[in-house]
Design a protein around this ligand. Structure first.
Ligand code: NAD
Length: 418
């Protein structure tokens, strides 16, 4: 997986592709291709041995036309200004694609948390929360988890913010533990929307998901929950991977057992029900019906795309295809269902969490899952209607047409402040 392709340029290209099907003047579209502002900060944090280490951190607020900025915080050594800008832009169009009342933002710290103690990660997180404090708030900008962050980090950010503001404001951040105001169903929400998109996609294409073979790249939160729920639809999970490698069994295996193995050993490799170990690239080019990239951006480049044998790709990760891979797969008639729909379950249930926080009234998990299903199936219906109406070359371009129209409409209603 490489970042030779700048993800921010990929985002801008996706907007340009959709612009061809929209009749907006260039200046209107230009505004939609750049963040409104980016915070870049250097966190000086004391390590366990008393030394001070400096961590680069970012928060991009891309567009707030449809509501407060919304998006996760990622901890990864590859975090960069352009990656955070791209991810914040994808959040704008994701929230618009599924029609929830948010703009888009994203944050990140250049950090591999596995190299630090829990205490050090907590001090880095609280230091970032202190820097973020003037920019965030339940009506301003609402962070959430992303790669290598979860309930623990969200609880620390909430606690730091509330302590400094001398208030209780659980809606300042989502993805919290239920005891801290988190929503039932949030942990599984991203994987659930990947499953719902898969179910709708197979139905739309007239294929039987119960007969499908499936490979999943990346077996973290998004990938493992998606695999489990797609397994429950009757599909056959035949290969999964993580950063250590891939495992394969052409007869399939139990997605839950693969996750238990990863929980116990730290990796999917060595999983006893697999018959072969593969490289990640071999997994991406397996002869399967459905491929789910669920790791990081740019996982599939143009060369790999030539070798992909799956008929359908459902993107659990953000930006897993380079623009060239997208073109190759479109030419080869592989149906790609885009990230801004398929993984929107995370932000949708974050929205439900925020609604519950503001009302101080909490829902049962069944209600959360039912509301999520309604949001994703409505978005899917809108996608295919637009795909057919515009004759767009891909589902991605059609989804961007829907999303861009919503953002432009909101901006036009608001007007431009001089
Ligand atoms: P995670 O940290 O829980 O899991 C990431 C997984 O990818 C891990 O299993 C890791 O080992 C694996 N991985 C990393 N590098 C890899 C490589 N080179 N090859 C194969 N596997 C590799 O993260 P996550 O929350 O599941 O996020 C995964 C993707 O989903 C990201 O693109 C993220 O932005 C996106 N996403 C997540 C959520 C969410 O709610 N968790 C919501 C929307 C989008």
């Amino acid at each position: 997986m490489s970042n030779e392709v700048n993800p921010f340029e990929s985002l801008q290209e996706q907007i340009d592709d959709a612009a061809a099907y929209l009749e907006y003047p260039t200046d209107v579209l230009e505004r939609l291709k750049h963040p409104e502002r980016v915070l870049e900060t250097n966190l000086s944090v004391e390590m366990d041995d008393g030394s001070i280490e400096v961590f680069k951190a970012f928060r991009s607020q891309f567009n707030g036309d449809r509501g407060p900025y919304k998006g996760g915080i990622r901890y990864h050594p590859q975090v960069s200004r352009d990656e955070v800008k791209a991810l914040s832009g994808w959040m704008v169009y994701k929230c618009a694609a599924v029609n929830i009342p948010y703009g888009g933002g994203k944050g990140g710290i250049k950090l591999d948390p596995r190299e630090y103690s829990d205490g050090e990660v907590e001090r880095v997180t609280r230091s970032f929360a202190k820097e973020l404090r003037p920019f965030i708030g339940e009506d301003r900008d609402i962070p959430a988890p992303d790669v290598n962050t979860g309930q623990r980090e969200m609880n620390w950010i909430k606690d730091t913010y509330e302590t400094l503001e001398n208030t209780t404001e659980p809606g300042v951040i989502t993805g919290k533990a239920p005891e801290s105001g988190g929503s039932a169903g949030r942990v599984e929400a991203t994987g659930r929307s990947v499953m719902l998109t898969t179910r709708e996609a197979f139905d739309y294409l007239g294929k039987d998901v119960g007969e499908a073979t499936v490979a999943v790249q990346g077996y973290g939160n998004a990938g493992s929950v998606a695999a489990k729920l797609i397994d429950d639809l009757g599909a056959n999970i035949v290969a999964v991977s993580d950063s250590s490698g891939a495992v394969y069994n052409p007869d399939g295996f139990d997605a839950r057992a693969a996750k238990s193995h990863k929980n116990e050993t730290g990796s999917v490799t060595g999983f006893e029900d697999a018959t072969e170990e593969l490289t990640n690239e071999e997994l991406l080019t397996l002869d399967v019906d459905l491929l789910i990239p669920a790791a990081l951006e740019n996982a599939i480049n143009g060369d790999i795309a030539q070798e992909v044998q799956a008929d359908i790709i459902v993107e659990a990760a953000n930006g897993p295809l380079t623009p060239r891979a997208d073109d190759v797969l479109t030419d080869r008639d592989v149906a790609v269902f885009p990230d801004i729909l398929a993984n929107a379950g995370g932000v949708t249930v974050s929205y439900f969490e925020w609604v519950q926080n503001r009302q101080r009234f909490y829902w049962e998990e069944q209600r959360v899952n039912d509301e999520l299903e309604r949001v994703i199936t409505n978005a899917f219906d809108n996608l295919v209607k637009t795909y057919e109406r515009t004759d767009a070359p891909s589902f991605r371009t059609a989804m961007y047409v829907v999303a861009i129209e919503r953002v432009v409409n909101a901006a036009e209603e608001a007007g431009i402040w001089p």
